[in-house]
Design a protein around this ligand. Sequence first.
Ligand code: CA
Length: 322
Amino acid sequence: MVVLLLWGTPSLADDHPPTVTQPWLAEWVNRGEFDAAWLNTLLAPLTPDPRVLHLMDSQAEAKPYYLYRKNFINAQRIQSGREQMRLHHDLLQRIQKKFHVPPEMLVALWGVESDFGRHAGGFSVLRSLYTLAAHYPRRASFFQEELRQFLLLCREEGWDPQVPEGSYAGAIGQMQMMPSTLRAYAVDFSGDGKRDIFHNPSDVLASIASFLAGHEWNPGGILSIQLNQKINPDLGTLISPSLDAMRPWQEWQEKGIVLTAKDKKPDPNEPAALIRLEEQQGSRYYMVFGNFKVITRWNRSSRFAMVVHELADLLRRKPTHD
Ligand SMILES: [Ca+2]
């Protein structure tokens, strides 16, 4: 009954039953967030995008780390990253002053997410999110909320919802943030009053910094230390089930983890976890610390965090010329 009241007469509802009668949309209208006729006009003509559903189901396969790394780190990516570091040197310094996140970390995330803005689109955000909200039961409630956040974001920023392009999963802009994350963390750093995360490197890089700072990035904190398996033979039995279960570094020392003399010395209270990544030659083990976990707040995968970490290290180092 509610549906009929909200969405007009039965005959009108019959014209567009697949979209406008869904209870989660009716709830937005009931809450007074959106106008029913506006939603109807926007969503009723949309058809599910089969490419989006296909890509969602084909992403699950986990490549070993050494193959995963190749998708993000190569000579071209490192060279472009170093050029961006030079080009935006002053901007990056100003962002660091405000957010206390190092330039190479911002540029590395930018590079991993969109190759420095070269590949940030291709899918209509509206159609992708609607496809997943209405036709992907496994994660429907997540994408229904992201669609709602996207429509609120469009209203706040003055965007036509039909225009923005993003990833097949609805990630937007040169840093590929989901709409809820964008609303919470994106900032205007260029000073024109707009959060232009599609075109403006100031806004893009500062928005990345805003996210990391907002997740308790520790300036000067350690990300990871590779462990020497010769002096730590039982690492396989100590792997952390999840980064949510980090323990103070001191407890790892008590369990027998030994660093080499050249390693940085973490604070005894620094939260730490033990992870394993697969290289072509076999397993490698790392102690990872608070700042590594901050990157996993962006993307939950340890492989993602390590690839950002490695690219950042390569960008910080001066290229070696003969
Ligand atoms: Ca701006």
